[in-house]
Design a protein around this ligand. Structure first.
Ligand code: DX5
Ligand code: ZN
Length: 243
């Protein structure tokens, strides 16, 4: 960790749920101000969705955009790489200032090597699992993982509906993690309505795009604050509840 990172809210398992707004739902023409607004309104992390038009059927942006955003994000920059192959790009995203680099288990044949490369770059290593991907994909690499992202939609687009069967997947993942210092993140269709079940199942980090940015703007950022507060309140109400 560099000095600047020390003050960021980080990456140790507690039972405080972290809210990570996805800037996929922000104004693409105003990302810097959007990141600042959402953080000022209570975001714990900022989630950055990188899509390559190959692994997923959509294209967003690359490491240069992450680098440009970095000065506008004071907290953890959580970079979700929906990219295949991903290994050739890890160094560039690390240099761009990512704190967490999350790769997809489905994106390459050598996940163990990829995770070693992320840690060698001094970054937290995350693995995302598509809805159809079994948890066995990460069972043999748990000692190389800081975060598992359970996709609760099929990746590629914001604004999709939460897949309810993923709640049970989160619960089983929590059992597999068995107290290790590995965060469980959920990504896709998270709202104040869907948050309680995933938190009760063991989720630590909630990514939310549409549910945070809906109705707000950098000119009316308090709406972001209200949206974040609603998700947080719903999430915290489920802490300690076991399903
Ligand atoms: C989907 C992305 C998500 C998405 C979440 O591929 O990984 O981060 O932006 O957006 P919502 O919260 O709108 O489902
Ligand atoms: Zn994402």
């Amino acid at each position: 960790m560099d000095g600047a990172n020390k003050s960021r809210k980080m990456v140790t398992k507690t039972r405080d749920v972290l809210i990570a707004p996805s800037i996929l739902a922000a104004d693409f023409a105003n990302f810097g101000a959007e990141c600042e607004a959402v953080e000022a309104q209570g975001a714990d992390w900022v989630h950055v969705d990188v899509m390559d038009g190959h692994f997923v059927p959509n294209i967003t942006f690359g490491p240069d955009m992450c680098k440009a955003l970095r000065p506008h994000i004071g907290t953890v920059m959580d970079v979700h790489l929906m990219v295949a192959p991903v290994d050739p790009y890890l160094e560039a995203f690390a240099a761009a200032g990512a704190d967490v680099l999350t790769v997809h288990a489905e994106a390459g044949p050598h996940l163990d090597r990829t995770l070693q490369a992320i840690r060698a770059l001094g970054k937290r290593a995350g693995v995302a699992l598509n809805p159809a991907t079994p948890l066995s994909a990460i069972e043999n690499v748990l000692d190389r993982i800081d975060l598992v992202c359970v996709m609760t939609v099929n990746p590629g687009f914001g604004g999709q509906s939460f897949i309810p069967a993923m709640v049970e997947k989160v619960r089983r993942l929590d059992a597999i993690i068995a107290g290790r210092d590995i965060l469980i993140e959920v990504d896709g269709g998270v709202t104040a309505a869907t948050a309680p079940d995933v938190v009760a199942a063991g989720a630590d980090v909630l990514v939310a795009g549409s549910a945070v940015f809906k109705g707000g703007s950098v000119a009316a950022p308090e709406t972001y604050g209200e949206n974040i507060a609603a998700i947080r309140q719903a999430a915290q109400s489920a802490i300690g509840v076991r399903i």
